[in-house]
Design a protein around this ligand. Structure first.
Ligand code: C2E
Ligand code: CA
Ligand code: CA
Ligand code: CA
Length: 273
């Protein structure tokens, strides 16, 4: 292929159209997906240093009759752009709390559920109330909940964010910064906001096997988190060598395909031995 600017345009525009078409198809089918009960949650275990179950992370799954299984990386951005993330996100909070209470009832002792929160969802004026009501309805305590936020929402409106996070912390809810290290934002928010957890992005964990610098980077993140009184989660642990290294580095919690894939809630039923 020729390398001219003009050729680039003609080369890329059909691809852009394909992406746009895929997005609008996702949007079309995502509308009403919640009501049609096409969305569900799977849960991935987090382990503590001793290898015990420290909790689970709720992850959305969408099975569309028309499109098949659509990964969150494809439909969450569309849900965010269209506002559909608001009812979907509310449902996730309700459903994850209901599930934790149901596990409890069934005798399965899962200490905490972690929930991913989108920026638009967190920005809602009544976000804290929604969470508080879900806890109350299912008779859960705040410490049984962890909210995973990303840096891009933290740096938005610092005053409002700070107020909401303080209210959530007052309820005992843990606040985790997801994908930490990829947000290319300043770190000053860490000084003032009541964050409890840094979740090291899985790109760094997977680089441990391949890139000599990765070990030092994770080491620095762990040191930063610990200096600020936070705990550090290593996610995306796929190999025994990575697990060994993140334990050695002092990450309090680990998560990844090596330790457990996301599973249907039924798979976690029953008392553990
Ligand atoms: P995330 O919050 O960073 O979630 C971790 C993702 O990494 C999940 O992908 C999980 O299945 C995957 N993962 C876990 N362990 C490993 C591993 O060892 N290796 C590899 N390669 N991957 C691993 P998933 O479920 O496809 O979710 C993708 C993203 O979609 C999530 O990234 C999160 O940003 C978003 N998402 C998922 N569920 C929700 C939700 O309920 N609400 C919101 N707002 N976003 C969600
Ligand atoms: Ca997450
Ligand atoms: Ca993550
Ligand atoms: Ca992510």
């Amino acid at each position: 292929a020729k390398q001219g600017g003009k050729n680039n345009i003609t080369f890329y525009s059909p691809e852009m159209n394909a992406v746009d078409a895929a997005r609008s198809s996702i949007e079309k089918h995502l509308r009403g997906a919640l009501e049609r009960k096409e969305l569900s949650l799977v849960y991935q275990p987090l382990h503590d240093l001793g290898g015990g179950l420290a909790g689970v992370e709720a992850l959305l799954r969408w099975h569309s009759p028309a499109l098949g299984h659509v990964p969150p990386a494809s439909f969450i951005p569309v849900a965010e752009d269209t506002g559909l993330i608001l009812p979907i996100g509310q449902h996730v909070i309700q459903e994850a709390c209901r599930q934790l209470a149901a596990w409890r009832q069934a005798g399965t002792d899962i200490a905490r559920v972690s929930i991913n929160v989108s920026p638009a969802q967190f920005a809602q004026e009544d976000f804290v109330d929604v969470v508080r009501r879900a806890l109350h309805r299912h008779r859960l305590e705040g410490r049984e909940l962890e909210l995973e936020l990303t840096e891009r929402m933290i740096i938005r409106d610092v005053d409002a964010v700070s107020r909401k996070l303080s209210e959530l912390r007052a309820l005992g809810i843990r606040i985790s910064i997801d994908d930490f290290g990829t947000g290319n934002s300043a770190l000053n928010y860490l000084m003032t906001l009541p964050v409890t957890t840094l979740k090291v992005d899985q790109a760094f964990i997977q680089a441990l096997d391949r890139q000599p610098g990765a070990y030092r980077v994770v080491q620095a993140i762990v040191a930063l988190g610990h200096a600020l009184g936070m705990d550090v989660v290593a996610e995306g642990v796929e190999t025994p060598a990575q697990l060994l290294q993140v334990r050695e580095l002092g990450c309090e919690r680990t998560q990844g395909f090596l330790l457990g894939r996301p599973v249907r809630p039924e798979a976690l039923l029953g008392p553990r031995d």
